[in-house]
Structures are given as C-alpha cells and as structure tokens.
Design a protein around this ligand. Structure first.
Ligand code: MEV
Length: 437
C-alpha cells in the first residue's frame, strides 16, 4: 500500500511526477511522457496554468470550437464552445442557422441580483433578535465600507440586509440574507468578503447588546457564504415564427410544432425526462461558460435548483402555439462574470471574450441563455423527428475511428461510406475489417 505523504504541495513539479510514477503508475511505462507531452512549450503560459490550482502536473485538453451564425437581438455572434461531446457544437450551429433564417433569437436580462447568507444559531427570544438586528444593521453596513468602496464607485455593492427566522424548521436557526449587485463580476470573492466581515461585526456587537447580556444568550455564527441559488439573477431568451416557416422537406410545420410543444409539456411534467431535457440545455450553456472561464459548477447548481423551484423538477424551457405562431423560450438564473477570476488570465478565455465582442455580464447572460435554448431546440427537434442517434453517431464516427486507430485514408473512406449508412461501433469495426483485407 502507498504510504501517506506530507508536504506534497511543497515539492517541485518534477518531484511530484516522480512520486506519482513510483507509487501509482509503475505499470504505465509512458505515464511521465504523457504528462510532459501536454505541457505548453511556452514556459510562461505553462507557469500560468500551473498557478491556477495546487499540484498541477500537466494540462487537460478539451476542444475549443466555434458555433457561428447566432443572430441575437439583431447582432451576429459566433459562440466559442468548450466541450468533449461530439454533437454539441454541430447541434448549436445547426439551430443557429435554422433561427437565423427565421428572425434570430431575442434575449433580455430580467434581473441581476446576487445573494449570500450568514447562518447563525440563536436560542434566545426572537423579539430580542429582531430588536438587535434593527439596531446593529447600520453598523453591519458601515463595517464593509472599505470592501465595498470600488464596487460602489462603479454602481454596485450591497443592496440590502434582512433577518430570516428559520427556527420553526430547525431549532435555533436564523440567517441574515444579504443581497448584492456585482455588475460585471460574478462576485463570489466580493460577496464572501462582505459576508465574513458582516458576520464578524454581528458577533462582536452582539456581546454588548443589553438584552442578550441580561439572559446571557448570544448568537453564534455557523458560516457565511454566497448562495449559488440566484433566482433574482434571471435571463430570458426566445425564438418565434409562423408555423408554416417550420415546414421542411421532412415534416409539416404545424405537426412538428405540436409534437415539439408536447415534448416540452412532458419535460414539464415528468422529472425523469426533465433532467435529461435540462442536461441538453446545459450542453450549450456549459460549453460557453467554460470557454469564457466562468464557474460551471455554480451555474449548474443554480440552474437545477431553479428547475425545482415549484417543489418538483421540471423543464427550463417552454413552448406554445398561439393561432399560427410557434414560440419557444427559456428563463434561467445565470450568475456569471466578464471580469475577474479566470476571465482575464487564461489566454483562450481572453480570446473567447474577443470572439464575443467583449460582452459585459448582462450580454454574456443573454448569449448563454441563447446557447441553452438553441441546444435544446436542436435536441428536441431531433428527438421528435429522426431520433438523436443518427446525428449523434455521425458526429461520434471520428471518435470510433480514432479508437480503432484508423489511418487518414481509412477515415476519409469511412466518412464517405457512413454518409449513407447508420453508424454504430460494430458497423465501423466491420467496415475497417473489410477495407483492411
Ligand atoms: C445528450 O447529451 C443530450 C440529450 O439527451 C438532450 C435531450 O434528451 O433533450 C439529447
């Protein structure tokens, strides 16, 4: 068994790799070579990546692709997308083109409020706590003056503080709910710094509050942290057209729209479908979130909680037919930033922002909502018409060929052959066996 190691983070990269190879990769002869192969040849760029996290050994590549032809509020965009899933960029491009010819996407930011909580215990009288909170509130706000200074100068900062009594659900549990405007920053560091300072002032001031002193009962802060649940940071994106504009060679527009709306209704009704439906939406959202260096776990957590806000988990998208018009829309909470974090550090993230014409946070929210809507449109359209496997496996063909170590010529031949044939792993194996004979 491998012995525990202490002081690992202090070791050099070479020492860390040596230790790893000796303890876990004894039977993997090319391990060190593989790790080194993915180092950036520019030492400064590599150092930048090394410094993102602790114990960096190498870089982990994901494709950085582009989905062009997105018409959003009458401006043209090409969306940078980072994803490992073969069909995502193709599906996004496809949906973008489809809606480009039908008026494009409309998007609007509904609200931009972020929030955080100071969770604390208090086993005294609720009335005393309310009295203390009202008294101490100005001091709490004053205590974050220096943290807030720059954010305030730009028009953001703390919006409000309120006391929430949850002791009827969990004995002695209260929290201070703090709301913020963080403008173009995702705001996690700013919010958490404010909360920790407010918590400190709250506890300190409580020691001098007479009613608490009399009963010798004081609040005790358990933790202070932003919430990734941001239903007050909402964006909406929409597409619409006449039913006959949906008609293609394969299907009639009205029939297609009816089946499409039915698919959305199913995703609104049945959690098992809704999760996969929303996963498809996040295929698009996450790919752009990743390309722009934003925190996809925060976005994912917030979005799925929002999907469950009505006590059941349902679809994030909606669709309707009214008279002869089809409308399809999404409403999602998205707390993202265009400054701070990785946004100005990672060279490809910087480039992603250039590609997107340097959006501010509100513009990025709109672009992300559109990416999700487009992805969902492509998925549901396939599902209610051809099924997804046809397109999906076509895109996956190259992965199968690479797995089977096909040569360049074999790949070209396979692409030609599978234009007409259904792709499956066994069909590709069979094809290669035949061509190799
Ligand atoms: C696959 O990554 C995503 C889909 O399953 C989404 C959906 O079912 O709507 C195709």
């Amino acid at each position: 068994m491998t012995q525990p190691i202490s002081g690992f983070s202090k070791k050099s990269k070479a020492e860390k790799i040596e230790w790893l190879a000796a303890n876990y990769l004894q039977n993997t002869p090319n391990a060190v070579e593989t790790l080194r192969k993915y180092w950036n040849e520019d030492a400064a760029v590599q150092q930048l990546h090394d410094d993102f996290i602790e114990n960096t050994l190498s870089n982990y590549y994901l494709p950085f692709g582009i989905a062009p032809n997105f018409l959003i509020n009458n401006s043209m965009y090409a969306l940078p997308m980072v994803t490992e899933e073969s069909s995502v960029v193709a599906a996004a491009s496809n949906a973008a083109k489809f809606w480009l010819e039908r008026g494009g996407f409309k998007a609007e930011v509904i609200s931009t409020e972020k929030n955080g909580q100071i969770h604390f215990n208090f086993f005294g009288s609720e009335k005393d706590m309310e009295a203390f909170f009202e008294e101490v509130k100005p001091k709490l706000i004053e205590s974050i003056q220096s943290i807030e200074k720059n954010m305030k100068a730009r028009g953001g900062g703390l919006l409000g503080l309120s006391l929430v009594d949850k002791s009827h659900i969990l004995d002695g549990y209260f929290y201070i709910h703090a709301t913020f405007e963080t403008l173009d920053a995702m705001g996690a560091n700013f919010i958490n710094s404010c909360l920790e300072q407010i918590a400190h002032t709250f506890e300190t001031e409580a020691k001098d509050f007479e009613l608490f002193q009399k009963k010798e009962t004081y609040p005790e802060v358990v933790m202070s942290i932003l919430s990734n649940y941001v239903p007050e940071c909402l964006v909406r994106a929409e597409v619409s057209c006449k039913l006959d504009e949906l008609t293609t060679k394969q299907y009639d527009g009205k029939q297609f729209a009816e089946k499409f709306v039915r698919a959305i209704e199913i995703a609104k009704t049945e959690t098992r479908r809704a999760v996969t439906h929303n996963k498809g939406i996040m295929n698009g959202v996450d790919a752009v979130v990743l390309a722009t260096g934003n925190d996809f776990r925060a976005v994912e957590a917030g979005v799925h909680a929002y999907a469950a806000r009505n006590s059941y988990y349902g679809s994030l998208t909606h669709a309707k037919i009214e008279a002869d018009s089809f409308t399809f829309w999404i409403e999602v909470p998205l707390a993202v930033g265009t400054v701070g974090g990785l946004t100005s550090l990672h060279p490809l993230t910087k480039l992603a922002f250039e590609i997107l014409q340097k959006p501010n946070a509100k513009e990025l929210m709109k672009i992300l909502a559109v990416a999700g809507l487009a992805q969902n449109f492509a998925a549901v359209r396939s599902l209610v018409t051809t099924g997804i496997q046809k397109g999906h496996m076509k895109m996956h063909l190259m992965n199968i060929l690479n797995q089977l170590q096909a040569s360049k010529e074999e790949k070209n031949e396979a692409v030609r052959y599978f234009t007409e044939q259904a792709v499956s792993h066994s069909a590709v194996v069979e094809f290669l066996e035949k061509t190799r004979k």
